[in-house]
Design a protein. Structure first.
Length: 294
C-alpha cells in the first residue's frame, strides 16, 4: 500500500509549496547572496556604488589576529556548551524516565529555560553571577576576587558557557526523554531480571539506543552555539574583557554595525557559514559511522 501523499490537482500542491519557498528565498537565499556579493566588493557605509575588490576582504580577515582569536574562542565555547548541555540533559532525562513521584512536574520545569529568550537569560545570569550583587558576592567576601567576569576573561567565558548550556538543556531534555520512552520496557526489565543495576542498564541499554538522537543533538547544539549566541554575549560581556568572549558571531555584529565595515562583516559571515558546513560534514562523514539506527 502506497503511503505517500498525492495531489490530483497540481495547482493545490503548488499553492502549498510557494509560501514556504518564498520564506526560504527571502530569509535565507537572498541575504546569503547579498552577503556573498558584499564579501567580494567594498560596500560604502552610507550607501553608493560598490567597488569590486576580489579576495581583499578575506585576506584582511585571515590576516587579523583578533579574528583568529574569535575563532578559537568560538570553538572552545561551542564544544564546552554542547558537552555540558548534553550531559546534564541526558542525566535529567534518564532520571525522569524512571517515572519517580513528581516526574511530570519535573518534565515541565526542565523545559522552561528553553522558552526564555537569550537576552533575558543573559540578563538573569549577569545579575546572578555579578561579583558584587549576586550570590557570588557572598563568596567573594570570603575569597576576594575569586569570581569577577568583568576583569577575568576565563570567568567571563565560563559565564556565557553556563548561560548557553542552561538555556539549551530544555530543548535537549525533550528529545532525550522522547527517545528513552520509545525504548521497549521489556529490554530494561530483562536487564533488571538479569541483575543489572540501574546505572548499568543506563550505560549498556538506554544510552546506546538513543545514539541517533544524541548524534542529531550534537549537530544542532554545535550549530546553535556558533550562530545563536549573540544575545547572551551582547547582554552579559559585550565580547570582553580583552576579547575573551568575542565570538565569531559577535565580531560580525561589531565590525558590521559598530565599525560599519559591511564588506568585512560579510566576509566573516561567509567564513562562519563555511565553518559550520565543514563541521556538519565532518560529523556526518566520521561521527555517524558510530551511530546504529537499528
Amino acid at each position: 500500500m502506497d503511503k505517500h501523499a498525492t495531489f490530483s490537482n497540481t495547482w493545490l500542491a503548488t499553492a502549498l509549496i510557494i509560501p514556504q519557498l518564498l520564506l526560504v528565498f527571502v530569509f535565507f537565499y537572498w541575504p546569503t547572496a547579498e552577503a556573498v556579493y558584499w564579501a567580494f566588493t567594498l560596500e560604502q557605509p552610507f550607501g553608493g556604488s560598490n567597488q569590486w575588490v576580489g579576495m581583499q576582504n578575506f585576506q584582511t580577515v585571515f590576516n587579523d589576529s583578533k579574528y583568529w582569536n574569535s575563532v578559537i574562542v568560538s570553538i572552545i565555547f561551542a564544544l564546552a556548551t554542547t558537552a555540558l548541555s548534553l550531559i546534564i540533559s541526558l542525566g535529567l532525562a534518564l532520571l525522569v524516565d524512571r517515572r519517580l513521584p513528581g516526574h511530570q512536574l519535573f518534565s515541565f520545569a526542565y523545559f522552561i529555560p528553553y522558552a526564555m529568550a537569550a537576552p533575558a537569560a543573559g540578563l538573569a545570569f549577569r545579575f546572578i553571577f555579578a561579583p558584587s550583587a549576586g550570590f557570588m558576592a557572598a563568596i567573594n567576601e570570603w575569597y576576594p576576587n575569586l569570581w569577577n567576569p568583568a576583569t577575568n576573561g576565563s570567568h567571563a567565558l565560563l559565564l556565557i558557557i553556563l548561560c548557553q548550556s542552561w538555556q539549551s538543556i530544555g530543548y535537549n531534555f525533550v528529545f532525550f526523554l522522547a527517545a528513552l520512552q520509545s525504548i521497549p520496557r521489556t529490554l530494561t526489565e530483562a536487564g533488571a531480571m538479569d541483575g543489572a543495576s540501574v546505572l548499568r542498564r543506563m550505560a549498556d541499554i538506554q544510552i546506546p539506543l538513543v545514539a541517533p538522537t544524541l548524534f542529531f543533538l550534537i549537530i544542532i547544539n554545535l550549530t546553535d552555539s556558533f550562530v545563536n549566541s549573540f544575545g547572551i554575549v551582547d547582554i552579559t560581556t559585550h565580547g570582553g574583557p580583552a576579547r575573551a568572549t568575542d565570538l565569531m558571531v559577535y565580531k560580525i555584529y561589531f565590525d558590521g554595525f559598530k565599525a560599519q565595515d559591511y564588506s568585512l562583516a560579510a566576509a566573516e559571515s561567509i567564513v562562519l557559514m563555511l565553518l559550520v558546513i565543514a563541521l556538519t560534514f565532518f560529523q556526518f562523514r566520521f561521527v555517524e559511522r558510530r551511530v546504529h539506527y537499528n
